[in-house]
Design a protein around this ligand. Structure first.
Ligand SMILES: Cc1cc2nc3c(=O)[nH]c(=O)nc-3n(C[C@H](O)[C@H](O)[C@H](O)COP(=O)(O)OP(=O)(O)OC[C@H]3O[C@@H](n4cnc5c(N)ncnc54)[C@H](O)[C@@H]3O)c2cc1C
Length: 472
């Protein structure tokens, strides 16, 4: 080891070889410098648009490592970033020149099947969680891509196929273990520091580093009725109003998401459709198979689909069904809006954008929310818009840097043309790095309380590599 130049909160400094060695010696995990084992893995994240180089990566193996890393950062006034699963579109998990606190080695999941509780470490992915919970036919609502990190997803709110039935991910959070900017450990729950527990449920990584989460589990699976119904895109204007009606009338168990994109070369799609624009309805019924057959009938009798592959699937496999389309390493840019309803004007804007996809992997998706999540008060957690029934994401995805401008421009164009029909709020976990000015919209009436809690727990704004809430 040599002396190390590293970024602080307001400038940069040199840390002596001895100081660095003393810090590294305290860790159960590794302190990785550029070129050392683990450094590239720690700094490489899902979105290839983000290419940042921290001066040092603390690859944590437990809460003690996180405490040491945060005390070191406080003593040396270092810029830090915190990595869970590394999936955030804004790339806030990685800082340039500072200390990266990498939680990805911490992946244990312990399920207590009789209490229906899971204790999940902060580096676990959704796949880690689902595999353990499904061994007991239990689940909690998570997202739709199994390589996403539980930590970032939960701290921003979290929704997926079972949200309409069981609520947001945060609605199923029982407690969290957290280390503050001062390096102090605390457990937070409804009864232990309830203000901080309120803020963690949607407020992102603004308040401390969570080392593990405790979740409530629900009986589900091991199989669920799920799958895709695929139509030609030229049917979208006729079918999306029907999708809206079905979504509005659906029982809590049924979620139907809609995706417009060029058909990927999936084995169940006829080869003549590969690369052509399609409208995909993705459905999941979180309940009994026979009830699911009835509940999906209206969706499955729409129009004349190219294929209908809705059938019983293992829940673990369904949770990973989109993984092959969402692999790490591509360039990605997102623009998102919440919708309380889906007016015709919004549908028209989305279909227009789907007819002008700038790359084979771009897509417009509409997530179907509502149900149980709406029966929680908007001020019960930091997540404010409980009315949101649909979330649109203009997902631009491409491979070559030369395509940056047309792909980003396409997403921004759709965002602008859909905005007049949207509710005004936005999901904090879908915001790219150039949207820090939208944080107030993301939290709405809950922002002031979040800023107060931020002032109490992180007055120096140590945790600033995120969709940042300024200390009040
Ligand atoms: C392909 C894809 C599909 C997705 N699908 C869904 C979906 O269906 N539903 C949904 O709700 N979201 C979805 N998301 C969004 C996802 O919730 C966010 O990207 C989330 O931030 C990912 O968490 P992570 O731990 O992987 O991210 P990271 O990039 O590691 O972390 C994101 C930020 O969270 C904070 N953070 C992470 N871990 C901790 C911690 N332990 N303590 C304190 N702060 C921490 C940090 O500020 C960090 O910068 C999807 C994302 C992708 C890329």
């Amino acid at each position: 080891m040599n002396d190390l130049t590293i970024r602080t909160l307001d400038a940069s400094k040199t840390i002596s070889e001895e100081t660095l060695a003393a810090f590294a010696g305290k860790l159960r995990g590794e302190a990785a410098l550029p070129g050392e084992d683990g450094y590239e893995a720690a700094r490489t994240i899902w979105n290839a648009m983000i290419d940042r180089r921290p001066a040092l990566a603390a690859r944590c193996r437990g809460t003690a490592d996180v405490i040491h890393a945060l005390k070191f950062a406080r003593e040396e006034k270092l810029l830090v970033s915190v990595r869970g699963g590394g999936h955030n579109i804004a790339g806030s998990a990685v800082c340039d020149g500072g200390l990266l606190i990498d939680l990805s080695p911490m992946r244990s999941v312990r399920v207590d099947p009789s209490a229906r509780i899971a204790r999940v470490e902060a580096g676990a992915t959704l796949a880690d969680f689902d595999r353990e919970a499904q061994a007991f036919a239990l689940a909690t609502p998570l997202g739709i891509n199994s390589t996403t990190g539980v930590a970032g997803l939960t701290l921003g709110g979290g929704f997926g196929w079972t949200t309409r039935k069981f609520g947001l991910t945060i609605d199923n959070l029982v407690s969290a273990d957290l280390v503050t900017a001062e390096g102090e450990f605390m457990r937070v729950s409804e009864t232990e520091r309830p203000d901080l527990f309120w803020a963690l449920r949607g407020g992102g990584g603004n308040f401390g580093v969570v080392t593990s989460f405790e979740f409530r589990l629900h009986p589900l699976g091991p199989e669920v009725l799920s799958g895709l119904v695929v139509h030609p895109l030229d049917q979208a204007e006729a079918l999306l109003p029907e999708f809206r009606r079905i979504a509005n009338e659906a029982p809590d168990e049924l979620s139907v998401w809609s995706v417009m994109r060029k058909a990927p070369p999936l084995p169940f799609l006829p080869a003549e459709w590969h690369g052509k624009e399609v409208l995909i309805f993705a459905a999941c019924y979180a309940g009994a198979m026979a009830e699911g057959e009835k509940a999906t009938r209206a969706l499955r009798s729409l129009g004349r689909p190219i294929v209908d592959v809705v059938s019983p699937h293992s829940f673990v496999r369904w949770q990973a069904a989109f993984d092959s389309l969402l692999t790490p390493g591509a360039r990605n840019y997102w623009k998102s809006h919440d919708f309380d309803d889906l007016p015709d004007g919004a549908i028209a804007a989305m279909v227009r954008a789907a007819r002008a996809l700038p790359s084979p992997e771009c897509e417009v998706f509409i997530a179907h929310l509502g149900g149980a999540m709406t029966r929680v008060a908007p001020d019960a957690t930091a997540w404010p818009n409980r009315r949101a029934h649909f979330v649109m994401n203009a997902h631009a995805r491409w491979r070559e840097q030369a395509q940056d401008a047309p792909c980003i421009g396409w997403a921004r164009g759709l965002s602008e043309s859909a905005a007049p029909f949207a509710s005004g709020s936005v999901y904090v976990n879908f915001m790219p790095e150039d949207e820090h000015d939208r944080v107030g919209r993301a939290y709405g009436a809950n922002y002031r309380r979040l800023a107060e809690i931020k002032r109490r727990y992180d007055p120096q704004n140590q945790f600033r590599m995120n969709q940042n809430i300024s200390p009040a």
